[in-house]
Write a protein that binds this ligand. Sequence first.
Ligand SMILES: [Zn+2]
Length: 530
Amino acid sequence: MYFKMNYLAQGKLCPPKELLLMRLKGGIFLKLKHILKRAFQSITVASLTVSLALPVSASSMDPGEFAKQNGAYTPAGNPSVTIDHSAIAARKKLKDKDVLGPVDPAYTMDVSYDSENHHVSGTMNVTFKNNIMDNLENLYFNLWGNAETFAENGGGMDVANIKVNGKKAEYEMNGTSLHISGLSLKENKPVNVEMDFEVNLPEQQDRFGWYKDTVSMGNWFPILSVYDDEGWNVDPYYPYGEAFYSVSGSYDVTVTTEKEQVIAATGTEIGQPTVHGDLATHRYKAFNVRDFAMEMNPNYHVISTKVNNVDVNVYYSDEHAKYADALLESGAESIQLFSEKFGKYPWPELDVVTMEGWFGGMEYPQLVMISFSGERSLEWTKSVNAHEIGHQWFYGIIGDNEYDEPWLDESFASFAASLYDGELDSLEVPPVPDEYYHLSSPVSDFTARASEGGINYYYWMIYGYGSSTLNDLRQELGDSVFYEAMRSYFKEQKFGVSSTEEFISAMERSSGMDLSEFFNSHRVFVSDQQ
Ligand SMILES: [Zn+2]
């Protein structure tokens, strides 16, 4: 997800109405461009990039005074951090990858979307392998559409007729979690789960919802939860970031809707849609992806290009036409640049879609949503696009538990965007002064202190300080060693699920250096995930 604003402060912070509205959503990530660090003391506007997440409480105030009053920035420099290295080393524990599963999910869905009632109904059938344990008695799915934020606007999901290996199964829904119980599944045997499901899309400018003509279908179907060394992961929905955690698999999705709808989807459309009366049926297949998203609008235009043998498509509506070329250009350039630096983009297609919304952007495999709220510069547009496309590598290809270790995708996508922007050399964000927050902290550490600015600290640490930390690592290792290490990390984790420990290990093995001091001093701790 992207949550950043380019804002030339001119020595003043004058949040427009939009910023204040965003404040209601809980947090703001301000990128104060072209302001020297000393501007915080002397209010001098010059030419350095400083990224900060600040709680907005004044409509007009100079940045130094603003930061001082909010306690958000320490002009004197980074606060010292005291670390107990021996305690951290003692808590280091190797993650047992053997229990990460269930693996190899193959989803087949046949759904109808009723554009008038914003309603999805259909069937879902998923086969996977029980690699977890003998006699697995429970299965969990996430029903993200049941999150409170969607229910408030008419959204929700329901399931029925669940069968496991052909037999009717007991189940219970609890908010965003579906628990299927009373099972007896043998280890290393294939399992098949089928169910009917219905979805009401909320009227909401969001990654899941509809607004005017645009329908955003992110996290819209029942998706298998992940079982790992901590057990089943059924974390709550996180509106300011992600709690999505899933393993890579394949999708075969048939969608029937009004024939006028122009649809962008994860994967590749197979053949031409079949038109019957007012409806059309489309079929998509996707491989090695950890989710399946769609975006549709009957008024979308599409422009395309090809780079590195990848089809890049931009779907845009009339009001976003002025951004279309910038999205196509930055889309192709990002694929080229990130393939070179991090490892080859593995899929045949990438769709970039425009929509209205407060959040900036959202990533799904092979599909990124770029949301516009008011006027945006082309520079902002390209940078957001680069961030979301960066997630194709960090989340899409190299998966992570987005709730427990959000930095593994957000810091990396932010670093990728700064690389694209050509701004790495001026990337210098201090850590949050409060040592309670680690770079490797789980989302729950930030939400636990939500009323004390925890969400702002989330953006500051995970986006700002995280990308700055990766840049420090680049400078520590040198470009050639750093990117070589990133590419070996990519090879090791491709289509898998990584962890902080595995990232550190990949960097150390590839560089031949002991980086424990570097990561400890940047508050990256393996123990955070336990
Ligand atoms: Zn992001």
